[in-house]
Design a protein around this ligand. Structure first.
Ligand code: SF4
Ligand code: SF4
Length: 268
């Protein structure tokens, strides 16, 4: 047994790193005997773009969405905030599950789309970019692995329409990786940086309010077209939030500051 296998004795995750071109045997459809089984016991971490899609789908404010459909958790020992999909009070069943299947299918979260493939973002020591690879999850209740359909992971990703979900969460995953790789050198994150991470990752309405506050507008020097985009385009606002964090947390200055006291304060 390899070292990886030994470290994952009970895990349904196959200890093998897969690529876009790996062929898997899998198909999920309403005719499988296990239909809906996987949604009766969930543990789903949400990405910022998952929340954006749920917010639109359910026509809720960020606060309403967070309160009704998520539970907070800490993603690491420094208390980096994460949110998971809330389940029913008396069971681990997903709140969106109906007898006909997923009640929000077109807007289901990233993890639901990828299953039974798990996405891994890794950054090699010294490399400026992260690399995406995959792992296969085999759980006893999932009979989709016995269906006679072979498909590459690249085609499975297309079928499950993960592209927009991956694109809009890439900056967020990179922030998490960067934080992990620089963590010990920069020390424990401050309460303020953790608050900014939560706001920019999970509270789109709050982020927009913050960006359009008098203090922010006095500090950052953006042109009219950019302000208009941030007002009307949720995806662009998310991306801007990632840039803002890289600027505030890691000093990567890509958002122009105004000259003078307000700009000096924002830079700190
Ligand atoms: S969101 Fe839909 S696919 Fe995901 S666990 Fe819930 S019911 Fe299942
Ligand atoms: S085949 Fe797997 S993914 Fe599809 S419903 Fe069954 S348990 Fe869920």
């Amino acid at each position: 047994m390899s070292q990886i296998e030994q470290s994952l004795p009970q895990s349904p995750v196959q200890p093998q790193q897969l690529t876009d071109q790996t062929v898997i045997q899998f198909r999920c459809h309403p005719g499988v005997a296990c239909f809906n089984k996987c949604c009766e016991q969930i543990d789903i971490t949400l990405t910022p773009y998952d929340l954006l899609r749920l917010k639109r789908r359910l026509d809720l404010t960020s606060q309403q969405l967070l309160a009704a459909y998520t539970v907070p958790f800490e993603m690491d020992s420094d208390g980096l905030p994460g949110v998971k999909l809330r389940t029913a009070d008396d069971s681990p069943r997903c709140l969106f599950l109906t007898d006909q299947g997923c009640g929000i299918y077109e807007d289901r979260p990233t993890a639901c789309r990828y299953y039974p493939v798990g996405m891994l973002s890794l950054r090699k020591t010294g490399s400026p970019v992260d690399e995406q690879s995959y792992a296969l999850v085999r759980e006893a209740h999932c009979l989709g692995h016995q269906e006679p359909r072979r498909i590459t992971i690249a085609d499975y990703r297309k079928e499950q329409q993960v592209e927009a979900f991956d694109t809009h969460s890439r900056g967020w995953r990179q922030l998490i990786l960067k934080k992990k790789s620089t963590g010990p050198k920069v020390g424990k994150p401050t309460a303020r940086s953790l608050q900014l991470f939560f706001l920019a990752s999970y509270n789109l309405d709050g982020l927009r309010e913050f960006v359009f506050s008098d203090g922010f507008r006095a500090a950052y020097d953006l042109d009219d077209a950019t302000w208009e985009t941030l007002r009307s385009d949720d995806g662009a606002l998310l991306e801007f939030g990632y840039r803002l964090q890289r600027q505030v947390l890691f000093g990567e200055e890509t958002i122009p500051l105004r000259q003078g006291p307000a700009g000096d304060t924002a830079a700190r």
